[in-house]
Each structure stands twice: as structure tokens, then as C-alpha cells.
Design a protein around this ligand. Sequence first.
Ligand SMILES: Cc1cc2nc3c(=O)[nH]c(=O)nc-3n(C[C@H](O)[C@H](O)[C@H](O)COP(=O)(O)OP(=O)(O)OC[C@H]3O[C@@H](n4cnc5c(N)ncnc54)[C@H](O)[C@@H]3O)c2cc1C
Length: 411
Amino acid sequence: MKKRSRIAIIGAGIGGLTLALALRQRGIEADVFEQATQLTEIGAAIALSANGTRELERLGCLAALSAVSTEPTELIYRGWKSDARIAAFPVRHDRAYVRQFGAPYFGIHRADLQRILSGAHGGDRLHLGHRVERLVEREDGVHISFGNGEQVVADIVIGADGVRSAVRRHVSATAAMRYSRTSAFRGIVPIEALPSLPDPEAIQFWMGPNAHLLHYAIGGASKAVNYFAVVEGPGVWPNPEGSTAPIDHKTALDAFRGWHPAVIEMIDASRHTIRWGLFTVPPVLNWSRGRVALMGDSVHGMLPHHGQGANTTIEDAVTLAVLLSALPDRSNSRDLQELFSSYQSMRQRRTRTIQRSAWATNRELHLPDGPELKSRDRRVAAFPDRFGWIHAFDAQAVARQHVEDRELVPA
Ligand SMILES: Cc1cc2nc3c(=O)[nH]c(=O)nc-3n(C[C@H](O)[C@H](O)[C@H](O)COP(=O)(O)OP(=O)(O)OC[C@H]3O[C@@H](n4cnc5c(N)ncnc54)[C@H](O)[C@@H]3O)c2cc1C
């Protein structure tokens, strides 16, 4: 006998867990199916901006996040060889960021974020070791087949299964992820191992020819610096099965030869044995098909240069939770189509704009020395005017307004 579920969320990453929490807050229990047998987030750290933290605060997670996060002192841009400041903006200083955007900016270890989200969720109705292999839509619901042999029939399925999404293959047979021809070296280094680093608690971009390095501090009491060094290439991604590929440490060091000593110290403090390919998901025409919809990286995987992949995924989750909680009890498939179409119209343009902007930022961060640097420096000096709209966004307010405008049951 197949099990039944009203709402099945595929993937217990940042998006899936946030959606489950936001639904529960509204009295709706969803089942979350995750391929991994335990929730151990790999891959360094993450920056959460106000558009994400304001939603996590509404979910009651802010105090726990704050205890293990670092708020950057400033946002600083520098060139690749010199530590002269090209542009700088206060973040923690004078509480400038919170005053402007209404919620904090956090650098946090991914494992801590996942622990806090899964702790808040409690593990109830979280099904680990469930890798989705196939979805088939029938009259009585969506039949989900898992790699472990189990089958579930769900009324509604939300694909939160990341950039290599299996659910996306069901929703849009043609949409596929794309390798950006850029890759990254990542690491976490104790601050005391970085004697040449100026302003170690700032979030900083070091920009140079064909590469950049971004870093910020993470951790509550014992601080470390998380860095993320992006280079152009390789032209063809060598591992079709995954996002990492083996390298030797010298490859990472060679890519930053001649850069400021602080950059070299960071790269050299980690023994690099892998590089991360950066993948994006090109525009997906329809974000849903029948009773199945996509969210997060599965539908708008983006380059990480605005630090917005997870933050926009949190926005998607909250939007979906508000809309689903306004769905009438006896809803029919037309109600669901309307809901998914509203969801897409609220989310598509914003996420596409950020995706595009992240691509343009890649070019800006990797300019060679030369005359173009003057206009680049002017552009980075205008950061708050150019990108404040990303951080100021209030996804929940937008979704609630939508529900009210349509006189649906208030969320
Ligand atoms: C190097 C790097 C740095 C980044 N830095 C930032 C940052 O600073 N700020 C920011 O906002 N974003 C950042 N991002 C982006 C961010 O990590 C993602 O956008 C975010 O994790 C997307 O959340 P998600 O829930 O959609 O997918 P994920 O977090 O990838 O979760 C997907 C989940 O689905 C599971 N899954 C996959 N397939 C299946 C299946 N078939 N069946 C069941 N389960 C499945 C996976 O195991 C995983 O648990 C960064 C990304 C990278 C690569």
C-alpha cells in the first residue's frame, strides 16, 4: 500500500527545511524527503542578508543564528595587489545595515544553519534516505518513487532538490543546469593565521584579472574567515557527475600568484584537493507542471557573487507557505494552477534579475588592469544604490499583499 502525503517537499536543504517550518507555523504539516541518510551540510559557510534573516527571524530562529554568526564590520572592495580601499560601507559599524534594511547580515557556518533549521523543524515527518527517482501524475495525485523502493502519493509536490534537481526533469524536460566556466577554491581559516589581512571581520572583495576572492568572518565567539576564491575556467567541467573535481594545491596557489599576501595566506592555509564548479540554471519557462512546482536552486540556481542563492530560496519558501496556507480546504486543480501561477509571477522576475546581475558582477570582479578599472571603481562605490533593492525586499509582505488583494483567506 502506498503512503499518502498532502504536501511532499523534495530536499531538506535550506529551501526545503525553511518551507516545512513556514508551513508548520501556519498549521500545515508537510513531509520532507531527503536523499541523504543524515543532514550534514558540506561546503564551508554562507552569508545571510536581510531579505533572508528577516524571514528566519519570523520563524523564530534569529537568536540561535545570532549566537553562532558574525556580523561583518564593513563591506570593503580592494584590488588584487594593494590593500588600499576602493570602496567601503559600514555594516555592523553604527548598526548601519540593520538600520537601513531592518534585519541583520550574518556570516555563518553552513552546518550551523542546517542544524538550527533542522532543530527548529524537529525531524518529525523528515524522511532521510529517500532519493526521488520518478514522479508520475495520476488522477489520485503525484506518485513519487524513491531509490529505496518506497512509494508515496502526494496531493502537492514541491521540488527543493537543488541545482541538479530530479523534480525539474519532471516539470520541464528541456531545462538543464549550465556550467558557468568558472570555478572556486573554498576554505575556512582561523583569523590568527592571517597576519597580513586588514579588517579581518569585514566582508571583503579582492578583485583582479580573471579572478576574485571574497571572504567574511563566521562563528560566534571563536572567529574564523571563510573565503571563496573564484577563477575563470576550466573551459570544460571535468566531472559530469558532480560539482567538485580533484586538483592539487599548487593549482590554487598558481591562480593567485602575485596577489596581496593576505590572499596568498588564505589560499595557502588550506590544502586544496578539489575545486568547485559553479553552475547555474538558465530560465525555466514554467516553474510548475500539474501538482508539482519548483523552488530555490532547482529553478533559479545562480552564481554566488551577490550571496543570494540561499536568501532567494528562503524568499521562495515563505512565498509558497503564504500562498499554500490560503488555499481552500476543498481546492481543485484549478486553484492549484492559479496558486502556482501567482507564485511564479511573484518570484520569476526578481530571481532572474539577480541571476543576470550575478553574471555581470563576475565580469566586473575579473577585469584586467587597464582603463576599465576607473568605471568599475565608480560602480562598486555605488553599491548601496545599485543593490539595496536586493536586501530591502520583504517576500512575506509581498505574498500577504497578493493574498489580500485576491481576498483569499489571510495567511
Ligand atoms: C560556493 C558557493 C557559495 C555560496 N554562497 C552563498 C551565500 O553566501 N549566500 C547565499 O544566499 N547563497 C550562497 N550560495 C548558494 C546556496 O548554497 C544555494 O542557493 C542554496 O543552498 C539553495 O538551496 P536549495 O534548498 O534550493 O538547495 P540545496 O541547499 O542544494 O538543497 C537541496 C537538497 O536536496 C537534496 N536532494 C537532491 N536531489 C535529491 C533527490 N533526487 N531526492 C531527494 N533529495 C534530493 C540534496 O541532498 C539537498 O539536501 C552558495 C553556493 C555555492 C556553490
